[in-house]
Design a protein around this ligand. Structure first.
Ligand SMILES: C[S@@+](CC[C@H](N)C(=O)[O-])C[C@H]1O[C@@H](n2cnc3c(N)ncnc32)[C@H](O)[C@@H]1O
Length: 283
């Protein structure tokens, strides 16, 4: 994801969907070299060409997902959220690049090993980290999210915007279920939960998506296979008993139409990857 965001940041200012200067700083080795190549005048555009050839629709799906979630976070803050929670934050740099999140108490939750690497790289590039950002190391498969967040100072009484981007596909159904139930306990009524997911039909083969086979094999060969998905038709029914009301649910193909087409960018996104927004329902 950091590579895709770094390559997007190398786009011309009037064409790019967002500006993420930290994305390249998170990278190492070959990925860092590719991001540097993408910044070269003229030939740098070959980076997107080769990425799209190797991983069809993955880059475009990733960058429109980032932009859509940026906009959903901004909207949530504008409509009154006073705290932010990034679940499985990875190399998401929103706390450091979105003006709307400056000064908002923000909790970065991630697997301890990923979080350690991120903190080191952030400190190298930013120096002392902003005081509003708190780190909570959690393995969703075995740690207690609620207790860790409470120790970190999370406030269960204020409206919060929570982002769970690019994570549920890697978790077991039990960890996903448990996490939704925990989130329902700790997020106050009206809080926003934004998450992305893979269409279940792409995982079990019941729906034909032309990029599914290559996506699945590339995440499998990177050691992190997709193991969990939702059927969009059943998502509202999954969320309701877990305390959330579905507000929106779009594929990255639909998001690409909104964001890329007006910029005359022919980058189609994917029907198999989706972004949902829900609200903590009244108890
Ligand atoms: C594809 S990355 C997405 C990162 C970030 N949200 C983004 O969109 O750029 C997946 C993230 O899920 C986290 N993750 C995967 N399994 C996890 C687990 N069992 N517990 C905690 N975090 C996990 C990884 O550490 C990583 O940060």
């Amino acid at each position: 994801m950091a590579l895709f965001r770094a390559v997007e940041t190398a786009e011309r200012a009037d064409r790019r969907l967002f500006d993420d200067p930290l994305a390249a700083a998170f990278l190492t080795g070959r990925l860092k070299a590719l991001a540097a190549f993408a910044r070269l005048p003229a030939i740098g555009r070959l980076a997107t060409y080769f990425l799209d050839l190797g991983w069809p629709r993955t880059r475009s799906s990733a960058v429109v997902r980032t932009r859509l979630i940026d906009d959903l976070v901004r909207q949530a803050i504008r409509s009154g959220a006073r705290q932010a929670l990034l679940l499985g934050a990875g190399f998401d740099s929103r706390p450091y690049r979105l003006e709307e999140l400056r000064g908002v108490p923000l909790f970065e939750v991630d697997h301890p090993s990923t979080q350690r690497a991120k903190r080191q790289r952030l400190q190298t590039h930013l120096g002392p980290l902003p005081g509003n950002v708190h780190f909570a190391p959690v393995d969703f498969e075995k740690d207690d999210l609620e207790t860790t967040l409470m120790h970190a100072g999370f406030d269960t009484t204020v409206a919060t915007v929570a982002v769970w981007e690019g994570v549920v596909s890697y978790l077991t159904p039990a960890a996903v279920d448990q996490s939704f139930r925990t989130l329902a306990r700790i997020l106050s009524e009206g809080s926003h939960l934004i998450f992305s997911y893979v269409h279940q039909g792409a995982l079990d083969g019941s729906v034909a998506f032309r990029e599914a086979r290559r996506w699945k094999s590339s995440v499998r060969s990177s050691g992190e296979p997709f193991i969990f998905g939702f059927d969009p038709a059943g998502l509202a029914d999954y969320l309701r008993p877990r305390g959330f009301a579905l507000v929106s649910d779009v594929s990255t193909a639909e998001a690409a139409k909104s964001y890329c087409e007006p910029l005359h960018r022919n980058e189609p996104g994917s029907e198999l990857y989706r972004i949902a927004a829900a609200q903590r329902a009244a108890v």
